[in-house]
Design a protein. Structure first.
Length: 381
């Protein structure tokens, strides 16, 4: 990886942000089009929120929360596989309710345990839930959505408290899509997700992204705020912007609100302390979940590290807040961004730039799509 501390030459493309979107677009433009590319990031590292690092204990941790790579697309696995070896991802999550650990997302075993009916089958469990569901044909918010899926008891046990902590907003004031992302399964599949490929980079995400951008034509400038060097940036062809869209426009229309997170990492003098990678705490503690990422990384180490995740209002932007007024404000910024693309060849891509929560696989696909748009305009080498 070629680090630079100042802009010393002309670049075909400048990429703001060295997270997944930045790394993928930079790699494609350099490798496929032969462009000279400068990447700029205000943090001291690459990989964005996928950044993993070695804790002082020697245990690898995910600095900004767990990243569980999953996809149904072989071509995505193959593309990233140029830059990493893969190991299986062990993505098992449980939820702590009334002193017991339940499989989550809710599945047949969760229902058997929660309702104390060990003999439930898929058919009888469906009938049980049907008797508890609220009849809401078109849920207008997250509360209505969950009540229409699992009824009031499970809503209060698994969803209400977690949502209040995560967003500081009542589920009735959040879009139905917030809780709608979480499935309810009528089988005993206890995996967090059901994608065909559930993998993790063998040496970590940071290593994968470092390999991706360690090639001729890519320079990387860290510890640099876009606004501090903006007047000095004159890309020959395009600028790819992956930061907050409202920040690009100097918050001209007002600030888009984000939910942030605070992490505490605690070293433990034992190999493992949790039965799985993640435990959710909907109704107890100020933190929403604890993560023991060793279950995923497969690292062999006599110690372990637990991450405690505390949602908060201020700090780095993590989650766009899905409310109608925020969507309306983003739509106005999106219109401005479209004009900026047409007039100045600035391409906006990613979670921050599109004010939308994306999984890692989704955001990499978006980056590849943005690259294809650029390639179609400018052609090959």
């Amino acid at each position: 990886m070629n680090l630079v501390t100042r802009i010393e030459k002309k670049y075909d493309a400048i990429v703001i942000g060295a997270g997944p979107v930045g790394c993928v677009t930079a790699e494609r433009m350099a490798k496929e089009m032969g462009w000279q590319v400068l990447m700029i990031d205000k943090r001291e590292h690459i990989a964005g929120n996928c950044y993993d690092m070695t804790h002082p204990s020697g245990v690898m941790i995910h600095r900004y929360g767990p990243h569980y790579f999953r996809t149904n697309k072989q071509e995505l696995v193959d593309y990233l596989g140029q830059y990493t070896e893969w190991i299986p991802g062990n993505y098992i999550v449980k939820s702590s309710v009334n002193g017991e650990l339940y499989p989550f997302p809710i599945n047949l075993d969760t229902l058997r345990q929660f309702f104390k009916q060990p003999g439930l089958t898929a058919e009888t469990a469906e009938a049980l839930l049907e008797s508890k569901r609220f009849k809401i044909p078109q849920p207008a918010n997250s509360q209505e959505f969950v009540l229409s899926r699992v009824g009031e008891e499970m809503y209060k046990a698994f969803y209400l408290g977690y949502t209040l902590k995560q967003w500081a907003i009542h589920p009735k004031d959040l879009a139905a899509s917030v809780c709608g992302r979480i499935p309810v399964r009528m089988n005993t599949d206890d995996r967090y997700v059901d994608h065909k490929f559930q993998l993790t980079p063998a040496a970590g995400f940071t290593s994968m992204f470092r390999n991706m951008i360690s090639q001729p034509g890519i320079d990387v400038m860290l510890n640099t705020d876009f606004n501090d060097v903006r007047k000095d940036l004159h890309p020959g062809k395009v600028l790819v912007y992956t930061g907050p869209i409202d920040e690009y426009f100097d918050h001209k229309l007002g600030k888009l609100p984000w939910r942030s997170l605070h992490f505490e990492f605690k070293e433990k003098e034992q190999e493992y302390t949790q039965p799985c990678v993640q435990i959710n705490y909907p109704n107890e503690h100020d933190y929403t979940r604890t993560v023991e990422i060793k279950h995923v990384t497969g690292q062999k180490h006599p110690k372990t590290v637990i991450s405690y995740e505390y949602p908060r209002a201020e700090g780095d932007p993590y989650y766009p807040i899905p409310m109608d007024e925020n969507a309306a404000l983003y739509a106005r910024y999106r219109e401005m961004a479209g004009e900026e693309t047409q007039q100045n060849n600035v391409y906006f891509c990613g979670r921050l730039a599109e004010y939308k929560y994306y999984n890692t696989d989704e955001v990499i696909e978006l980056a590849l799509g943005t690259f294809n748009t650029i390639k179609n305009k400018y052609g090959n080498k």
